[in-house]
Design a protein around this ligand. Structure first.
Ligand SMILES: [Zn+2]
Length: 267
């Protein structure tokens, strides 16, 4: 059911036949200044409007984006169908780190896990067969690599560090057990003054990881205002002028990131 103040907009959308298909919903957002469209996982189109939006303008806006809506719904349906990314612990399976391929190789000697540069210049991830029955060792490897990178990155970055002294960092699992999706890439906990990043993030290109780090650093700097409000955005712009583009790229990558799910190997 629609809230009262959306009724004129809903009517205008229906009269104009602006939305290609069900389901859809209109939400009035007090802080919004422009009309925004997004498609949820269940393919519901969310039409977010500012409180003062003119119903006919909203209808025209939505009608003009028919192709975008259809495409976004198709994409969402496809990811919902394929489910989470699954990997197998077999030779040559790829476990990328910062976007660079790391081909798995099961070995019987050496430590439980390590990276090895081959003579051809590629990198192998050597996993001891004793640890090849679950993903835990590989996930721990991502956590350690992520934490190393974070500490290095923050040490180098003097001017940003100045604003967020004594910050603590953790890299770990952040999805609920059994959940098929990642809840978030990272978050900042004010009480512990701590930034937590999700380990699957470190599979992605460095600029995407960098964006998530800066996003949380901007929270840690406590700029005042709303969590993603004007002041926070101003900080983000100073950290990473193209952060909005990078954020969009990150969203597109999300369905393709491995969250630790394994396919059992049968022969
Ligand atoms: Zn945030």
């Amino acid at each position: 059911m629609q809230h009262d103040d959306t009724a004129p907009i809903v009517t205008a959308l229906m009269l104009a036949g602006a939305v290609p298909d069900d389901p859809w919903t209109v939400e009035v957002r007090p802080r919004r200044r422009r009309i925004g469209l997004s498609v949820k996982r269940d393919s519901t189109l969310v039409i977010a409007v500012p409180p003062t939006a003119d119903p006919r303008r909203v209808a025209a806006f939505v009608a003009a984006r028919r192709d975008w809506i259809l495409r976004a719904r198709r994409e969402m349906a496809r990811t919902a169908e394929t489910g989470p990314v699954r990997k197998r612990l077999v030779n040559a399976e790829n476990f990328p780190l910062f976007g660079r391929p790391h081909r798995l190789r099961l070995v019987n000697t050496g430590p439980e896990i390590r990276t090895v540069r081959t003579v051809h210049g590629t990198t192998e991830l050597h996993l001891h067969t004793d640890h090849a029955h679950d993903a835990r060792t590989i996930i721990d490897w991502y956590c350690r690599a992520g934490l190393d990178w974070l500490q290095d990155r923050v040490r180098q970055d003097h001017h940003r560090k100045a604003g967020v002294a004594d910050l603590r960092f953790t890299v770990r699992e952040v999805r609920r057990s059994g959940s098929a999706t990642l809840r978030r890439w990272g978050f900042y906990t004010p009480r512990q003054h701590e930034v937590t990043l999700a380990w699957p993030l470190f599979q992605l290109d460095e600029d995407l990881v960098e964006y998530v780090l800066l996003h949380e650093l901007a929270h840690a700097a406590r700029p005042g205002g709303k969590p993603h409000g004007h002041q926070w955005q101003q900080l983000m712009r100073s950290y990473m002028p193209n952060w909005k583009t990078v954020q969009e790229t990150l969203k597109r990558h999300e369905p393709r990131v491995w969250l630790g799910d394994l396919d059992s190997v049968t022969s």
